[in-house]
Ligand binder design. Structure first.
Ligand code: B9F
Length: 126
């Protein structure tokens, strides 16, 4: 099987887009543009930071944090970059979305969990 490379532009099953820029062999930054939001605030492209495990660079395990700039919440994603049987790269992830709780009594309400599958955006050339 080929190598799965995290760098580049990705789209997930919700229609959200992200760009990953590798800074070093295992650390990356980038931006995240969510297709969905449950707030009247205007969605802004938000920064992400993460790292990949260095023990397997062929189908690497990774994690990253998106710090939403338009709301007081954070999402962490963890997953693995796979090359499927057709040679296509796929990111299989799970996420935790932490929203702000006004008091410790409301802490139990503040975390959402889910999954997202990302595929590489077709490169924009003719
Ligand atoms: O809608 C989220 C939010 C947080 C506090 C008020 C609004 C922000 C956008 C999160 C986007 C999530 C999905 N997009 C994606 O690509 S991150 C995981 C999913 N994958 C009200 C309180 C908590 C949520 C809604 Fe809010």
């Amino acid at each position: 099987t080929g190598k799965c490379v995290l760098a580049g532009n990705w789209t997930n099953d919700l229609g959200s887009n992200m760009t990953i820029i590798m800074n070093s062999k295992c650390n990356f930054s980038g931006s995240y543009s969510t297709a969905v939001s449950e707030t009247p605030e205007k969605i802004e492209k938000s920064p992400l930071r993460g790292s990949q495990n260095y023990r397997n660079l062929t189908q690497p395990v990774f994690g990253f944090t998106v710090n939403w700039t338009f709301t007081d919440s954070v999402t962490v994603f963890t997953g693995q970059c796979f090359v499927d049987e057709t040679g296509k790269e796929v990111l299989k992830t799970m996420w935790l979305l932490r929203s702000h709780a006004d008091s410790i009594k409301d802490d139990w309400t503040a975390t959402r969990v889910g999954t997202n599958v990302f595929t590489r955006q077709p490169s924009q050339k003719e």
